[in-house]
Ligand binder design. Structure first.
Ligand code: AMP
Ligand code: MG
Length: 516
């Protein structure tokens, strides 16, 4: 079999859920990159996909007979403001395929031409955002963060006009779901309660079969989506990922990262960091992400009120209870993630007097004051733990072997600091070391956990931009090399050494753009 069978459950929903729309063919498709692992996972023959017929499929020039291409309808709150109709304006859901384990995946072409939801847009994407999403989503996957994944990137041989003329491209991506909080809002906004019920039943059957028999399915669904969302955002916070546009139309209900727009990984740490050029008020700043996720869950709750209880007062009370539980849900995942990053045993006996987040917050505060690089600070902390330094050695910075000396220097030198900050940093380091397990086996386990949760390589913004610039000249080597590096985030392989480095002053990227 060259391509998997399509089985299109979303296309079997009532017609108001979507607009049937085939991709608009492109002039001259060419393959930039094929994700062999994803192709294999969902049953595509990789060799076929690199052939002209395969590339035609990826570009939307050929639609398989059993696919059911459509543009999904959704609404959403953008930067807090209600927009009653958005929908797939430049993406086409080709259909769904089943992985060998039985999991159902959407196959979507992004940049596939105009749809009834395009409004003034051209329905196209240019190569920059396509490469950016490919790199970022593969990095996220390698870092263990639930995400949509790229199957392929192709150029179209057509020009797309933004501020300038740019090469057109299509990203083919797979996802557990493209059902967003905004999909529910679309029907609430139109007062379509029957369709809301249909959507709820569909989402439960597809993503949360465990709650199909719950007494109150709507509350069970709200709790389940909140749980996965809390888990997802905790992972973002632990790696310094800033989504950039956490509008309700960009938050799906299966707990995957979706819609990589002006997103970025932080290099120099700052709690209030914003990259997106359009986020002028900092609504989606790094530190706001957990709170915004809760806000988005509250919007989902509103959509479900009639399903929760016919008595609206009771419905609101039940929904409120679920929403109020979000910070605690988030915090528990965040504590687990941070404990692993810091090598601290959450189940130590007797229990810690101080929550892990105090320890991490103190570090973050020092990082902010010292303009420390997010990934390297944590990575060097892991290497410091691996070098088995004792507390007295940190205090005196004496009697260190060469490996210990360089581990300590590497860590401390992340902080561009004055003498005061250095002293506080040493104090913090001593405090942190006294929090590590004493038992040798447990300590080794903690070090292993630290090395496996503090990446050495993230897709750095300046490198992404260099890869995109070269890609626009049809030189894909920098993109492919960077892709190889970000797929190995914990590697110390010297061939990736350059990808560890933070930007030089003149390479720093402070703003990212939507790419629409
Ligand atoms: P985004 O900011 O990417 O989440 O997109 C928000 C909305 O704008 C969605 O409805 C998109 O489908 C639509 N959109 C973005 N770019 C384009 C485009 N080039 N053509 C048509 N619609 C677009
Ligand atoms: Mg979007």
């Amino acid at each position: 079999m060259l391509i998997p069978e399509f089985d299109n459950s979303f296309a079997r929903l009532p017609e108001v859920f979507f607009a049937r729309q085939a991709p608009v063919p492109v002039a001259n498709p060419a393959l930039v990159c094929l994700n062999h692992a994803v192709a294999k996972q969902i049953g595509f023959d990789a060799k076929f996909l690199t052939s002209p017929d395969g590339i035609a499929l990826l570009a939307g020039n050929h639609v398989p007979g059993d696919a059911a291409p459509l543009a999904m309808a959704y609404a959403g709150h953008q930067f807090g403001g209600w927009v009653p109709q958005l929908g797939d304006g430049r993406a086409i859901l080709l259909g769904e395929v089943l992985e060998s384990g039985g999991t159902r995946f959407d196959v979507q072409l992004k940049g596939a031409g105009r749809t009834p939801f395009s409004r003034g847009g051209d329905g196209r994407a240019w190569l920059g955002p396509v490469m950016r999403e490919y790199l970022l989503s593969e990095a996220m996957h390698a870092l263990g963060v639930p995400t949509t994944r790229a199957l392929a990137a192709v150029t179209t041989g057509e020009t797309v006009y933004r501020e300038s003329a740019l090469p057109g491209a299509v990203l083919v991506r797979i996802a557990r779901s493209h059902i967003r909080v905004g999909t529910f809002e679309y029907f609430l906004g139109r007062g379509m309660q029957d369709e809301l019920q249909t959507l709820l039943d569909y989402a439960i059957a597809r993503f949360y079969p465990d709650i199909a028999d719950a007494d109150n399915k709507a509350i069970a669904f709200l709790d389940a989506v909140s749980e996965r969302t809390a888990q997802l955002i905790a992972k973002w916070q632990c790696i310094g990922f800033i989504h950039g546009v956490m509008n309700t139309d960009n938050m799906n209900v299966s707990g995957e990262t979706i819609d990589y727009g002006p997103c970025a990984f932080m290099d120099e740490y700052s709690a209030g960091k914003v990259f997106s050029s359009i986020d002028v008020k900092g609504r989606y700043a790094y530190r706001n992400q957990p709170g915004i996720a809760q806000w988005n869950m509250a919007v989902l709750a509103q959509c479900l009120l009639s399903q929760i209880n016919e008595d609206q007062e009771l419905a609101v009370a039940a929904a409120q209870k679920s929403i109020d539980a979000f910070p605690a849900r988030y915090e528990s995942y965040y504590q687990v993630g941070m404990a692993k990053k810091l090598g601290v045993d959450l189940n130590e006996n007797p229990p810690r007097a101080q929550p892990i987040s105090d320890l991490s917050n103190e570090l973050f505060e020092l990082m902010e004051r010292g303009n420390a690089d997010f990934p390297l600070t944590f990575r060097h902390l892991a290497e410091l733990a691996a070098a088995q330094i004792r507390i007295d050695q940190v205090k005196t910075q004496d009697n260190l072997n060469q490996q210990q000396q360089s581990a300590l220097n590497d860590f401390l030198s992340q902080f561009h600091s004055n003498a005061n900050l250095q002293n506080e940093l040493i104090e913090w380091t001593v405090h942190w070391m006294s929090s590590l397990p004493e038992d040798t086996a447990k300590r080794q386990h903690a070090v292993t956990g630290m090395l496996a949760s503090n990446p050495t390589i993230i897709p750095r913004n300046h490198q992404i931009e260099q890869a995109i610039a070269a890609g626009c000249d049809e030189n894909y080597a920098p993109f492919l090399e960077l892709l190889d590096a970000v797929k190995n985030p914990y590697s110390d392989d010297p061939r990736f050494a350059d990808y560890r480095l933070p930007p030089e002053a003149d390479q720093r990227v402070t703003q990212t753009f939507c790419g629409t």
